[in-house]
Design a protein around this ligand. Structure first.
Ligand code: APR
Length: 231
């Protein structure tokens, strides 16, 4: 993918970009959804049924994300942002902070952040690296005493700032999608929105995503091998 100074790049990343940093993806062998059931840890119903189990799951993911380091693919995206500045927008489905730790500045976490929590009543997200693994440890809001939950968009909830995402996508000249199976909407639909607007679309990952047919170009390979040479 050759970028010109007139290009405006919209990047969408998924769990695959952090796979080579040692963080598990969701689907496929060894994926998080093989060891956990989505409906037990990643829905509002799961939270109401068993907040302790939900917090154990996200505490584990906090620990894993803290221990991980950004890889060459995260670094390559930070480098291209440095060149394109305002003509770059990175939307990630990932809740880890590896893009930021690689130096990316304009990162939108559409599915929330594993290092933020929010009170179910006050709803204001705040930074939180705590791990809560027993009923006695479950965090409570110091303001109102209500329960504090992970600031994560669960299945059945609306991703964050969809209006802002579509505004950015509509202004883009190129869409680069990295390491996502193309099975979770609305993110899986960005490629369709982009192609309807004539935006050139490229996918990077070791295997074809479920929405492969919609892309102009598919580059098969691990993100750390492909991205540094691509941009
Ligand atoms: N480089 C690039 N891509 C990779 C790599 C790699 N080294 N290793 C694996 N992948 C690809 C896989 O081929 C797969 O297509 O990453 C993709 C991971 O897909 P999923 O596990 O489905 O993750 P993702 O698409 O990010 O999931 C979307 O689902 O469970 C929810 O909210 C969660 O944000 C997540 C959403």
């Amino acid at each position: 993918m050759i970028l010109t100074p007139h290009d405006r790049l919209f990047v969408l990343t998924g769990a695959g970009i952090s796979a080579e940093s040692g963080l598990a993806t969701f689907r496929g062998s060894g994926g998080l959804w093989n060891g956990y059931r989505v409906d037990q840890v990643a829905t509002p119903e799961a939270w109401h049924a068993d907040p302790e189990l939900v917090w154990r799951f996200y505490s584990m993911r906090r620990r894993d994300a803290l221990a991980a380091q950004p890889n060459a693919a995260h670094l390559a995206l930070a480098k291209i942002e440095h060149k394109l500045a305002n003509n770059f927008y990175l939307c990630t489905q990932n809740v880890d902070d590896l893009h930021e730790r690689a130096g990316s500045l304009r990162v939108h976490h559409m599915h929330g952040s594993v290092f933020q929590s929010r009170c179910v009543q006050c709803r204001v997200p705040f930074p939180d690296q705590g791990v809560y693994e027993t009923a006695a440890e479950l965090p409570m809001c110091p303001e109102c005493g209500e329960a504090v939950r992970p600031h994560i968009v669960w299945f059945g909830e609306i991703p964050l700032d969809m209006d802002g995402i579509y505004r950015e996508l509509e202004q883009a000249t190129r869409l680069l999608v990295v390491g996502t199976s193309g099975s979770v909407y609305p993110a899986a639909g960005f490629v369709h929105v982009a192609s309807q607007r004539g935006i050139h679309t490229v996918y990077v990952g070791p295997e074809e995503p479920s929405n492969a047919d919609a892309f102009d170009e598919i580059i098969l390979g691990p993100a750390t091998t492909v991205l540094p040479g691509l941009l």
